[in-house]
Ligand binder design. Structure first.
Ligand SMILES: *Cc1c(COP(=O)(O)O)cnc(C)c1O
Length: 363
């Protein structure tokens, strides 16, 4: 059993992928070019937004967004205490200061009730993450942002096609950033990423900034963060399946939840009302997590801990001087969470084995 079965995914589209890749090679369209342009216009259309700017990966997408929003040395940016480190390291790279905020017990996303206590006169923005595919509480986040004149970046690396009150995530804040790392809900065959925005100024800046500040005329100094033609061609093929794959993920999650809700000491993931959770990861909680993980591993069932520590609890953030207990929810979750196998090619039989073994090991 695989945690994410990319081979099955690629076999299911082998003809289309082979032909797309061959075409790119024939045309030597390796950097930018028609396949990348096609990707940008198709992805913008899928998201229902005006601009999509491709870049090299999801981490760069956040970094470029921060630069586009004008982060300057010493600016404070509030973000969640529970995410992949790309979310926070890019704030530092852009010259800002990371200010962590604890998460919601039920939904694993930044807790809007705790955001305001972190706001100072240096605060410039909020980076929210739709973790595991669940939309953050965007109404509350946007109203805090409006009240304090802050911008909002949505890190959608795990949340392609997720929705909050009928709006696709990434279209609510100033910018949405996506990763197409192979294992993400829409994945390339290498690194790729993009930003989406309705703001013309952000689109223009990002386009320039990601490509050395302009092609023939360097208006600003930028970076080199381009999407490869090969990756774009692969994404253009796979994008056609994204709606279907997302529906399958939701069905798989519903089945897991239906069965696992019968076990008293397993906490199943809650879905926020009025929102569409796209289950990049299906994450359960148990206070004997390490023992269950080991037993499942011995049964040949792969599980992952996303992520083993709250971000402020890593050595990388010791310099912030946060103390143990400052982020009680995120730190507690880190000790309890376990991600179960989840991908669109997971079979009912495989799910039943996972469920059976969890029942066996948790009771
Ligand atoms: C994957 C991920 C990223 C970074 O994407 P890369 O393409 O790997 O750079 C950023 N944020 C979150 C929440 C992610 O899961």
């Amino acid at each position: 059993m695989e945690f994410v079965d990319l081979n099955a995914q690629h076999q299911s589209l082998k003809k289309e992928l082979d032909s797309a890749i061959e075409t790119v090679i024939k045309q030597s369209a390796f950097i930018r070019g028609p396949f990348v342009e096609e990707f940008e216009s198709k992805y913008a259309e899928l998201m229902g937004i005006k601009h999509c700017i491709s870049c090299a990966n999801g981490t760069d997408a956040i970094y470029i967004a921060l630069r586009a929003l004008g982060v300057e040395l010493g600016d404070e940016v509030i973000t969640t205490a529970h995410s992949w480190i790309s979310t926070s390291e890019t704030i530092t790279q852009a010259g800002g200061r990371v200010v962590f905020c604890d998460t919601e017990d039920d939904y694993f996303c930044i807790d809007p009730e705790k955001i305001e206590s972190h706001i100072t006169d240096k605060t410039k923005g909020i980076v929210a993450v739709h973790l595991y595919g669940q939309a953050a509480n965007m109404d509350a986040i946007m109203s805090i942002a409006k009240k304090h004149d802050l911008w909002v970046i949505e890190d959608c690396a795990q949340a392609h096609l997720a929705e909050y009150k009928g709006s696709k995530v990434g279209t609510i804040g100033d910018v949405g950033t996506f990763s197409f790392y192979p294992g993400k809900n829409l994945g390339a065959m290498g690194d790729a990423g993009c930003l989406i925005t309705k703001r013309e100024d952000i689109a223009n800046f990002s386009t320039l900034y990601a490509r050395h500040g302009g092609k023939n005329n360097h208006l600003i100094e930028g970076i080199n963060s381009r999407m490869d033609g090969l990756q774009a061609a692969v994404l253009n093929v796979k994008m056609q399946k994204l709606v279907e794959w997302t529906d399958i993920r939701i069905n798989l999650a519903n089945y897991y939840s239906e069965q696992l809700s019968k076990i008293s000491n397993i906490v199943i993931p809650k879905v926020r009302g009025d929102s569409k959770h796209v289950f990049h990861l299906y994450v359960v909680r148990n206070n004997n997590r390490d023992a269950i993980k080991l037993k499942l591993q011995n049964d040949g069932i792969p599980t992952i801990i996303n992520y083993p520590r709250a971000l402020p609890d890593y050595e990388a953030y010791a310099y912030l001087g946060n103390r143990e207990g400052d982020f009680p929810v995120a730190s507690k979750h880190a000790n309890e969470i376990l991600s179960l196998p989840m991908h669109p090619f997971l079979t009912r039989q495989e799910q039943d084995i996972v469920i059976e073994k969890i029942v066996e090991h948790s009771t």
